[in-house]
Design a protein around this ligand. Structure first.
Ligand code: PHE
Length: 346
């Protein structure tokens, strides 16, 4: 045995922990370790001496590494034994079960809605929640004095550094009040035919049992040649029957939106009283479920589409509203309180 190996063995005997062993290893085999130091002597030797010396260093290296590996095994098992003796673990104790998380009802319903439209060939688009006045209102033919622009309904974003709130108008930014601006954004950067939905959060300055300042909508837009109101009615009826069952009655009522003409409000037979009249449907037997209509030619003009060639329809629905009908939830605030007793039911 070489002197180097001998002095290594002596040091190894003194080691009592894996931490010390790691230090010893790096002192001998590390970049600036003893073995590297030995190698540096090589150039001072004659070629004949070099071969023998090199082999010897290599043998020492193998010896050192093997010894450390062997000793490490012993130390590790010794350390485990000591640790187990010090803090014993009773593996027969019952574990503490953590209930796995679940999906939020809004997420569940959104996934269901998305699946239905995807199965009908729709794509999915998204837009920003902080939206410019132009996309949220102007391009959708919502004129400057329209009540929907009233500060009461719209959250305006402060855009100048003095902190003064921006006025309703051209350069202003808002939290989008609906998902309809995504219609404009998509139409501006693509050509018909178009067929997509745009789900997402929307914001209105409103809060009570049936209104939350933030809620979710799914927008839909179809644009092509020869798209008719009958196509809209057929699609929405098919969709509602998939969500609420094949026997749910659906009706369209004339309505008004600045960006659709003609416009309709879509009602479905009240899920709770089956049309007999109850508190939820306010005795009418019907529940309003979404807004829809044929894309207004002015909107097409704003995005540079020729309304003599193309026609289309759009619709927008509230996801919480649909979830509430499906699950019989009568207070929209329940969705956002994070109460596990509520959330665990889904
Ligand atoms: N954006 C309308 C709303 O939020 C809904 C709608 C969308 C109506 C598309 C017609 C067409 O009330």
């Amino acid at each position: 045995m070489t002197a180097l190996a001998e002095s290594f063995l002596k040091e190894l005997e003194a080691v009592t922990s894996t931490v010390d062993l790691r230090q010893l290893r790096s002192r001998y085999t590390g970049k600036n370790g003893v073995l590297t130091g030995e190698l540096k002597k090589l150039p001072t030797l004659t070629p004949h001496e070099r071969a023998a010396f090199g082999k010897q260093i290599n043998d020492d290296k193998v010896f050192i590494e093997e010894s450390i590996k062997e000793y490490e095994k012993q130390l590790v098992s010794k350390e485990i034994k000591t640790k187990l003796a010090r803090d014993p673990v009773d593996i027969t104790l019952p574990g503490c079960y953590k209930k796995p998380g679940g999906r939020h009802p809004v997420t569940i319903v959104l996934a269901e809605i998305t699946d239905i439209f995807v199965s009908m060939g729709f794509g999915i688009e998204e837009g920003p929640e902080v939206e410019s006045d132009y996309y949220n209102f102007e391009a959708l033919n919502i004129p400057k004095n329209h009540p929907a622009r009233d500060m009461q309904d719209t959250f305006y974003i402060e855009t100048n550094c003095t902190g003064a709130s921006a006025q309703s108008g051209e350069g202003a930014f808002v939290l989008r009040t609906h998902t309809s601006p995504v219609q404009i954004r998509v139409m501006k950067h693509s050509r018909p035919p178009l067929r997509f939905i745009a789900p997402g959060k929307v914001y209105r300055c409103d809060s009570d049992v049936s209104h939350s300042p933030m809620f979710h909508q799914v927008e839909g837009l179809v644009v092509d040649k020869n798209i008719s109101f009958a196509n809209l009615k057929g699609l929405l009826e098919g969709f509602l029957k998939k969500v609420f069952g094949p026997s749910v009655p659906v009706r369209l009522r004339p309505s008004f939106f600045p960006f659709t003409e003609p416009s309709a409000e879509v009602d479905m037979g009240c899920y709770f009283c089956k049309g007999n009249g109850c508190r939820v449907c306010k005795g009418t037997g019907w529940i309003e479920i979404m807004g829809a209509g044929m894309v207004d030619p002015r909107v097409f003009r704003n995005v540079g589409y020729d309304s003599d060639i193309y026609s289309g329809f759009a619709f927008g629905m509230g996801i919480e509203r649909i979830a509430s009908l499906k699950y019989g939830i009568d207070d929209i605030r329940l969705y956002y309180e994070g109460d596990l007793r509520f959330l665990r039911q889904f």
